[in-house]
Design a protein around this ligand. Sequence first.
Ligand SMILES: Cc1cc2nc3c(=O)[nH]c(=O)nc-3n(C[C@H](O)[C@H](O)[C@H](O)COP(=O)(O)OP(=O)(O)OC[C@H]3O[C@@H](n4cnc5c(N)ncnc54)[C@H](O)[C@@H]3O)c2cc1C
Length: 409
Amino acid sequence: MSGLEERVGGREWRADVLVIGGGPAGTWAAISAAAQGARVVLADKGYCGASGATAPSGTAVWYVEPDAQKREDAKASRYARGGYLAENDWMDRVLEQTWSNMQTLAEWGYPFPLDSDGQQQRISLQGPEYMRLMRKRVKQAGVRILDQSPALQLLTDSEGRVSGASGFSRQKNHEWKVEAAAVIIATGGCAFLSRALGCNVLTGDGHLMAAEVGADFSGMEFSNAYGLCPAFSSVTKSALYKWAVFYHADGRVMEGAGSAQGRGVIAKALQTEAVYARLDKADATVQAQMRLAQPNFFLSFDRLGIDPFQQLFPVTLRLEGTVRGTGGLRIVDEQCATSVPGLYAAGDAATRELICGAFTGGGSHNAAWALSSGFWAGAGAAQFAQANRLAAAPIYAPRAGRACSMLEV
Ligand SMILES: Cc1cc2nc3c(=O)[nH]c(=O)nc-3n(C[C@H](O)[C@H](O)[C@H](O)COP(=O)(O)OP(=O)(O)OC[C@H]3O[C@@H](n4cnc5c(N)ncnc54)[C@H](O)[C@@H]3O)c2cc1C
């Protein structure tokens, strides 16, 4: 395919694939589409590589080596908790694609830590290093990145196919428009006003735009995930509370309270009283490992001079909506097409029921889904674009909400 066509300098382009959102899902999608020969534009609301749920944090990844028993165990681990709603074939696909993409990351130079035998540990990714590398690879793939450029409205052609989007460049203070034969929604989950780390940009824009063109959703009843968090911080890393004991304000242990089991007890108590925690169960070795594994968890403690292993600290629950809940755009084929022609979905914007059922995707599955679904959506959108070239000028999709309000001022 020929190079990207710039129609109005720095404001309008004609491409094959437009990716909306530049987190893990969007960057994998852009690279994958470009690898198929597509001309690709990626628009991000913030700065691609520093925006969204992964970039400021770190994610454990559902990475399981291709050993039949280990893969069966991995699939079984959440199957019952997800109400038996996950699909075996999709879990197999995601495990295999994740294994392959993590291998690719290693080849690109991602600094996986080594274990005592000198083997790379590929079970987690540090957000800043991961997303810096992904941005670099997106640029090397020839993708045009529009930073600080929220998409606000999809475009459709006369047959109802999605054929681009328009938005606003926040730094240049003008509208932009990309006409493209296929669009990938990779705008993350919706955790509106949650104050959880990285969720400030995750306000459901992609969901709204997709709804405006009639896309189906699935699993939205599994969207009310809440993350445990120090009351003075935005870091909703729940894993460390495995070593916590929870307390009432007067120092009595809160019976039944816990992170994995017993979060409901905390939620109920928070209606009427403050809840405190202390990481009592972590010995010196675990304490050191915690600091290495999750350095940003400790930042706010260190700033306030609180030792979470010795002192009680107040906790709260922050809404993480569909960032850790599993609902999102319904996927209709193996390439992550949605129910609307020309529209694809990847990452937290898409439903993760296929691999999580009704249970949360947080803690490993979501990260694996983002890089797998992004990879498939990119290839699928590029192939769709090759088969369905843009013809007449697209039209704006009907407005169902106010995501386009900036265009109206
Ligand atoms: C604190 C925290 C810890 C987590 N830990 C884990 C973990 O250990 N394991 C795990 O599997 N998952 C974890 N998750 C979930 C994981 O981070 C997400 O599943 C993952 O980031 C999804 O990738 P994504 O690309 O779909 O979305 P995101 O990474 O959220 O990226 C979405 C991107 O879309 C952009 N965007 C939004 N709206 C627009 C718009 N209108 N126009 C253009 N761009 C837009 C945003 O700026 C952002 O760059 C965690 C989440 C949080 C909040």
